[in-house]
Design a protein around this ligand. Structure first.
Ligand code: 13P
Ligand code: SF4
Length: 344
């Protein structure tokens, strides 16, 4: 595809999303990325939260954390560039250790991944010996390595249901844990690092959670939904399960990022309010020109925002930034991720 063909396509596809000046600039970067990735036999994976120009033109594979984990486990290219955040690139490396895995930004974190350490998990296992540990994919490799099962927003309930145990430790997202506990009809307590130090009373609860939160999804409120419904009757409200349980309850549909994309595609409704990271609203709007996304409650994930077209070019040119996971950690983390992939 030539630069002018990319520009033409962008003008049509991203018409309502990107101004002309940005199209001219970004088309050149996209062209360079497409040439370099072919030349270097690199596969690019892109999460649904990538900015619209990058999302629509750069990745060979796009999706949510679960879909991208599955793809990473069977990819056929010399190297992988992960346009997402660090824990996602690490998951690709855990599943494809023989491949070079690159993250375009030196730092692209996640408030959930940063909320818990391997030491915390070891202490929890000490307090609840023999209780299986389920860890959300939004964690670093050392934490996954201390876990029995990994899960994503797309399969958390299925993983919980597949475990034959009266108690489960579910880490680290307190809201996802609360939503899954509700969905599966289980009782939950949420512990903090201080609770582990100072002691706590309730140990009969079925789900033991942790006080981690997504800094994007924790911002949404029931009031956001009520005010949208009163202003725009008939609006369909979609939430990610990292939102607080009262917000999820007040919405019409709650699921992984890709399930939300599919819901909008399949729905006949004309207006949607997406309570999730805001670039995904732009990406869905571009792919569904007949549908309207309300521009409310927009919150951009500062970590996903680290991944730019410029950094992707630099990543391809300079083979940066290489994701490394120590082999002993990788093997234990891989077991938890594989158990998840086997469940479905
Ligand atoms: P998904 O697995 O639904 O894509 O979510 C990942 C994420 O980080 C949401 O904030
Ligand atoms: Fe982490 Fe939240 Fe950003 Fe997802 S949106 S990567 S959970 S901080």
């Amino acid at each position: 595809m030539t630069i002018s063909a990319i520009q033409q396509d962008m003008r049509q596809r991203l018409d309502r999303i990107i101004p002309e000046i940005e199209i001219r600039y970004k088309a050149e970067l996209i062209h360079e990325i497409l040439c370099l990735k072919k030349e270097k036999d690199v596969a690019i994976l892109g999460h649904n939260y990538m900015e619209p120009a990058l999302f629509h033109y750069v990745p060979d594979y796009k999706g949510d954390s679960l879909e991208l984990s599955r793809i990473a486990s069977r990819i056929d290219a010399a190297a992988i560039i992960f346009c997402g955040v660090k824990f996602m690139a690490e998951t690709a490396k855990i599943l494809s250790p023989e491949k070079t895995v690159l993250l375009p930004a030196e730092v692209a974190g996640c408030s959930l991944a940063e909320s818990i350490t391997a030491e915390d998990v070891k202490k929890l296992k000490g307090k609840f010996p023999g209780v299986p540990v389920v860890t959300y994919v939004n964690t670093y490799a050392e934490v996954k390595a201390e876990s029995d099962y990994c899960c994503t927003s797309g399969n958390a309930a299925a993983v919980m249901n597949a475990i034959d145990s009266e108690q489960v430790i579910f880490l680290p997202d307190e809201f996802l844990a609360g939503n899954i506990a509700k969905e599966t009809g289980k009782e939950i307590i949420t512990l903090s690092r201080e609770d582990l130090q100072n002691g706590f009373s309730d140990s009969v609860t079925e789900v033991i959670g942790w006080q981690g939160r997504c800094e994007v999804h924790e911002k949404f409120t029931v009031q956001d939904i009520e005010s949208a419904r009163s202003q725009f009757p008939g609006v369909v409200v979609l939430t990610h399960p990292e939102c607080p349980p009262d917000v999820v309850d007040a919405s019409d549909f709650s699921a992984s990022t890709s399930a939300m994309v599919k819901y909008v595609e399949d729905s006949q409704a004309p207006h949607f309010l997406l309570l999730t990271e805001c670039s995904m609203g732009d990406n869905i709007m571009a792919a569904n020109p007949d549908k309207e996304m309300l521009r409310m409650c927009s919150v951009r994930c500062p970590h996903m925002n680290q991944i730019t077209l410029e950094d992707t070019v630099a990543s391809l040119r300079n083979d940066q930034y290489v994701i490394e996971v120590p082999e002993d950690v990788r093997v234990r983390a891989a077991a938890a991720v594989q158990r998840m992939l086997e469940i479905g």
